[in-house]
Design a protein around this ligand. Sequence first.
Ligand code: THG
Length: 283
Amino acid sequence: MKTIVSTQTNDVTIDTEGPFTMIGEKINPTGRKRLAAALTEGDLDYVVDLAVRQVDAGADILDVNVGVPGVDEAKLMGEVVGAVTDAVDVPLCIDSPSHESVGAGVAACGGRPLINSVNGEEASMSAILPIVKEYDAAVIGLLLDEDGIPETAAARVAVATKIIDRAASLGIPLENIVIDPLVLTVGAASDAGRVTLDTIAKLTAEYGVNINLGASNVSFGLPDRHTLNQAFLGLAMGAGASCAITDVAKLAPTIRAADLLRGRDAHGMRYIKYFRAHTPKDD
Ligand code: THG
């Protein structure tokens, strides 16, 4: 299954059969005071710098979330998307629960974005899916609904079915949907990783759909987060995930390694290219 997103001049294919797609997570003020302040002050240079650094680190797509209290989020989303689009040539993942902000971001990006996100709640599906249809955009479907995040893999797949069927009724094809099974921290429930991995396997068997993860969520509240994030990404890729919203500078080496190991990197060219571009010379 291929999900194509684009800028005006550049296509990126999220592909269940291809190498893993990396979505840079850093334009998101959650837990980042410096960025929250920059967004509040309208300091777009700081945001553009985050964009450039993530693309230099290998990001294929950039997530853009501007949710800080006390700002006109839709207006700011349009401005940030415009500034990022002028600075880097990668498609964007427009991250907001508000349909006004999503609409402003989609309108400002010029290409075909990934909308982050719709979920199985009636209010979300009825607000977001018409925008997906209008712009022929791609969308991330989060596996939660009015009852919260289901505890079992089967119940999460049932939410995926609800989102996929509703989208189909509006004429949105499965190719334009990327399912996010949701990752909770294993710090709170030690089978949280297992449930997500089982959900990925079931979705892959049933729908063959592209699957995204917010991969760093798995390690919240635990020591040595990087080791957990690396192990989880490798397992999730093995189970069928095809993209992640992640810290690309930290996790690209793991992702390039896992692609080579699962036969998605002919002659190791991507692994070697990444290593050459990002390993400092020690002479
Ligand atoms: N699925 C989808 N979208 C998502 C998520 C998801 N969007 C938001 C989030 N989850 C993914 N993005 C982030 C962004 C930052 C962090 C984690 C996930 C993060 N921040 C550090 C912190 O809060 O401690 C600070 C990072 C830093 O300083 O560099 O970990 O699951 N569809």
